[in-house]
Design a protein around this ligand. Structure first.
Ligand code: HEC
Length: 137
């Protein structure tokens, strides 16, 4: 009789555990999923899957947060992302100069230092320049 009771307790607690661990799996599932650039989830601030470059942050995220204000609209004649005619003379100057000007600023800070991303490392900025140029190359 005691053996049967123990078995019953084990079965019931087993069911309870199975239910709660299912719950747990459902709750943690979105955290474990991988989000790539281009996916709808890529706009999420927690996503940091970089497509290129050696930076710590996602270049697309940096662009969407900082650079797009000017390079999405053409403020002060900023070359618009994807506008090959506007970017060609800049590309002709050489990649190193573009990297340097995005880090130090350029033309009396019309292009502001670091594109105003003060938390960006040099590598982050280089990766973001690569990301911008990828639209015209
Ligand atoms: C406040 C507006 C503004 C923001 C924000 C901004 N830019 Fe610019 N950027 C400019 C302007 C204006 C120019 C063109 C300057 C000129 O040629 O007179 C420019 C030019 C550039 C160039 C070309 C430099 C050259 O030597 O021709 C690069 C590369 C660049 N920006 C990268 C970036 C990146 C990367 C970001 C974001 C991290 C960024 N910019 C954010 C305004 C901005």
């Amino acid at each position: 009789m005691k053996g049967l009771f123990t078995l019953l307790v084990l079965v019931i607690s087993g069911i309870a555990f199975a239910a709660s661990s299912d719950d747990l799996i459902n709750r943690i599932a979105p955290v474990g999923s991988v989000c790539l650039i281009g996916d709808s989830c890529a706009g999420d601030a927690t996503v940091a899957v970089a497509g290129s470059g050696g930076g710590q942050q996602d270049p697309q995220q940096i662009y969407n947060t900082y650079c797009i204000a000017c390079h999405g609209t053409g403020v002060n004649n900023s070359p618009i992302m994807g506008d090959a005619v506007a970017w060609q003379p800049r590309i002709d100057k050489g990649l190193e100069i573009l990297y340097q000007n995005s880090i130090d600023g350029f033309n009396n800070n019309l292009m502001p230092a670091k594109g105003l991303c003060m938390a960006c490392s040099d590598e982050d900025l280089q990766a973001t320049v690569d990301f911008i140029l990828s639209a015209v190359q």
